[in-house]
Design a protein around this ligand. Structure first.
Ligand code: F6R
Length: 230
């Protein structure tokens, strides 16, 4: 895995440039997208540079979506619409999320589209990627996941109260993510440092992100606060 230590702004600019040049070279590129705080600046940077490229033929697959979520404005679909899709010329019908309905077919849909060319990931403070919590099997496909207590607590910052945070989500599995041709992971802030260190130390299901060590094309972007100290 390649490690890049940079500021949040530099990380966003670098990843946005990679996405834009990918789409310029392949207007039908397939993007794998994450929600949460980590990719926000990257999406803002893509929006800033939207005149450089067209996303009309791009297809996207999001990593995950809450299950049994009463508040639509807390859905990951809403997050992506408001933070990216509504501001670029991507066609909404080409943007996909895992759901109860497509649970069994999501991985096949990704394959049928040609596979993910470029996957953006964040990392949980417990080492999760998408909602693959510690001890999720490395060969997992898209599935329903119970969120760990730590994840529910971390995500409660987006909700009025911790009781409003959904406890289940549908998530791409670890083997789904590993099929992406190119992967970038963004980790910023002190609360990610422990997970980032663990990810580099040992490939083990107690840290789901550590599976990325087995992928041939991964860049881990960290800021100074999240940088691992060995
Ligand atoms: C979101 C996702 C999660 C987040 C992770 C970090 O689609 O897949 O794995 O990337 O929980 O969240 P933030 O970026 O909010 O710290």
């Amino acid at each position: 895995m390649k490690l890049v230590i940079a500021t949040k702004e530099e990380i966003a600019k670098d990843i946005a440039s990679r996405v834009i040049s990918l789409v310029k070279g392949n207007p039908q590129a397939i993007l794998g997208l994450a929600t949460g705080s980590s990719p926000l600046e990257t999406y803002a940077e893509i929006i800033k540079r939207k005149n450089e490229v067209s996303f009309k033929k791009v297809t996207s697959f999001n990593l995950d979506e809450y299950l049994d979520n009463g508040d639509i404005t807390q859905s990951y679909r809403y997050f992506m619409d408001t933070n990216l899709f509504d501001h670029i010329d991507i066609k909404k019908e080409n943007t996909h999320f895992p759901s109860k309905e497509n649970l069994a077919t999501y991985d096949d849909e990704i394959l049928a589209a040609g596979g993910i060319d470029f996957q953006i990931l964040g990392i949980g403070s417990d080492g999760h990627i998408a909602f693959n919590e510690p001890n999720t099997p490395f060969d997992s496909k898209t599935h329903v996941a119970e969120l760990d207590e730590r994840t529910i607590k971390d995500n409660s910052r987006f909700f009025k109260s911790i009781d409003d945070v959904p406890t289940k989500a549908i998530t791409m599995g670890l083997s789904t993510i590993m099929q992406a041709k190119e992967i970038v992971l963004i980790a910023t802030g002190k609360n990610k440092a422990e997970a980032v260190k663990k990810m580099f130390e040992k490939v083990d299901i107690s840290c789901p992100a550590s599976i990325l060590n087995k992928h041939p094309n991964v860049t881990i972007y960290v800021d100074k606060d999240a940088a691992p100290v060995f």
